[in-house]
Design a protein around this ligand. Structure first.
Ligand code: ADP
Length: 480
């Protein structure tokens, strides 16, 4: 198969979130068996600058009445994998990808319209053809429409387009004024197609025109069709339910595996679980906290955002503090949450620590040291920390939503199956009862080790995810 993969970020070149992992890792794995061309904007990050890419084309992209110069650079990675950078200094040579502390960049409409038009133009000019076009999020969502409307090679017109929605909370909504800049026929500015409450919605265009829609977990695919999690698009998604499915993201076990993690104090495996304790002792020593093996270390590692259920954590906080546990929170984000956590940490010095910074190493050390991870997210398209926790023998307590529901299995004491503890309702008492179930099991060493080992043996690798994508592509091609 010949696959075109388009994303607005990809590791190791540029990253703000999970999308970068997907776009950096999936195409690379797919390229073991298929031919893949990955396109990303040239943000001129250090990592892109270090990549010896060749200039392969220059042309103009027309938006409204203006022409913007585009340059395309290509880096060949082996025989089957090509990375293309779309260069436009005015649009992409910036410190951040989508915006700064004062909000989204005001010209995001132009930046990502340009990105998409430049790719379509380049592919046309160079008579490239693909079997599969894999798009990701709103920044790429108009490509299926452009391919359908523009005069492209017949092979390219036949390509099957897939759009993966990584987080429905971001849709690329712009003022209706911009519609004429895209140069599309007028009928497309209607609620059937791109119009969304009087504005234009890029993601909506993708939902309507892509041949197949994906989300990053099977449960999230169902949830986005509900009013609570549909961000205004649930009705439309329900209409297109026949082409919507979910494939769980993967975990990079070359970075997140306690057997070979260079960032943790003592490495361990399911067969040497007792060594995990050394990581906990070490972290307690470092922060001058008295260590007691009977007291579980409970951690939260998160963006401090409403989505992550931080308010639920606050509601449950005083009850949590009555338990014999130690709480460590690593997180940055909303100022109000940061201030509140600082205050709580000052009043509960002997029971909690708040690390208000972003530190990859600390995230690894906490995963290795902790007994329990809390993730009470209101919604979670996939979620990574619960999967890291499983690998590190840290038992996750999660709300049963999205990827959390798909990756954590409730522990059953009788069958001794399951990997964590789940609760369903967005409710303080439900959250607390899941925490209590974990705390109750903790002293029962035999069962605790069982739940740890169950989690450590789960496989959420990228190889599995890539396999599922390729199988789906083949199935869709066979149906053509
Ligand atoms: P989201 O992408 O919605 O923030 P995920 O669970 O999918 O949530 O991914 C979060 C990632 O960010 C994880 O790798 C987690 O370890 C990391 N992370 C979040 N906050 C911090 C922090 N303060 N320091 C280090 N890593 C963090």
């Amino acid at each position: 198969m010949n696959i075109l993969f388009v994303a607005s970020e990809a590791v190791p070149f540029a990253k703000t979130g999970g999308l970068a992992d997907v776009a950096g890792i999936l195409p690379r794995i797919m390229a073991k068996t298929e031919t893949v061309s990955l396109f990303i904007p040239d943000y001129q990050t250090e990592s892109i600058e270090r990549t010896a890419a060749l200039i392969v084309d220059r042309f103009l992209v027309k938006i409204g009445k203006r022409n913007f110069p585009a340059m395309i650079k290509r880096k060949n990675v082996g025989k089957n994998f090509f990375i293309f950078f779309v260069t436009q200094d005015l649009f992409f040579s910036r410190k951040f990808l989508y915006g700064d502390s004062s909000g989204d960049y005001l010209d995001n409409f132009y930046r990502f319209l340009f990105f998409q038009l430049a790719i379509v133009e380049f592919v046309k000019r160079n008579k490239m053809s693909f079997d599969i076009v894999q798009l990701n999020d709103w920044q790429t969502a108009l490509i299926p429409l452009f391919l359908k409307l523009q005069a492209v090679e017949p092979e390219l017109k036949r390509a099957i387009t897939f759009l993966t929605i990584h987080n429905l909370g971001y849709q690329g909504v712009f003022d209706s004024f911009y519609f004429k800049e895209i140069g599309l026929p007028d009928y497309l500015f209607s609620p059937e197609y791109l119009e969304f409450y009087g504005g234009i919605n890029f993601l909506k265009g993708g939902i309507v025109f892509a041949d197949h829609l994906l989300t990053v977990s099977p449960t999230y695919a169902k949830e986005i069709m509900t009013p609570e999690m549909g961000f205004g698009l649930d009705g439309l998604l329900k209409r297109y339910a026949f082409k919507l499915s979910g494939i769980l993201n993967g975990v990079d076990y070359s970075l997140w595996d306690p057997r070979r993690d260079p960032l943790i104090f003592r490495r361990y495996s399911p067969a040497s679980l007792s060594r995990k304790k050394k990581n906990k002792i070490r972290i307690f020593e470092e922060f001058g906290i008295s260590y007691d093996a009977r007291r579980p270390l409970v951690v939260v590692i998160t963006r401090l955002a409403v989505q992550k259920g931080i308010e639920l954590l606050f509601e449950a906080f005083s009850e949590l503090m009555k338990e014999d546990l130690f709480l460590m929170i690593l997180g940055t984000g909303d100022r109000i949450f940061e201030e509140k956590l600082k205050k709580l940490a000052a009043s509960f010095k002997i029971k909690m620590k708040f690390f208000n910074f972003f530190d990859e190493k600390m995230a690894h050390r906490l995963e290795a040291a902790a007994d329990i991870l809390l993730m009470p997210s209101l919604y979670e398209p996939c979620g990574l920390n619960q999967m890291y926790s499983l690998k590190y023998g840290t038992v996750p307590v999660v709300r049963a939503t999205g990827g959390l529901d798909d990756t954590v299995e409730d522990f059953d004491k009788i069958t001794r199956t399951g990997t964590g503890f789940k609760f369903r309702e967005i409710d303080r008492n439900c959250f607390l009862s899941a925490v209590y179930r974990a705390l109750e099991l903790y002293p029962d060493k035999e069962n605790w080790e069982t739940i740890q080992r169950n989690g450590m043996s789960a496989d959420f690798s990228w190889d599995r995810a890539a396999g599922e994508y390729v199988t789906l592509y083949k199935k869709m091609l066979a149906q053509e």
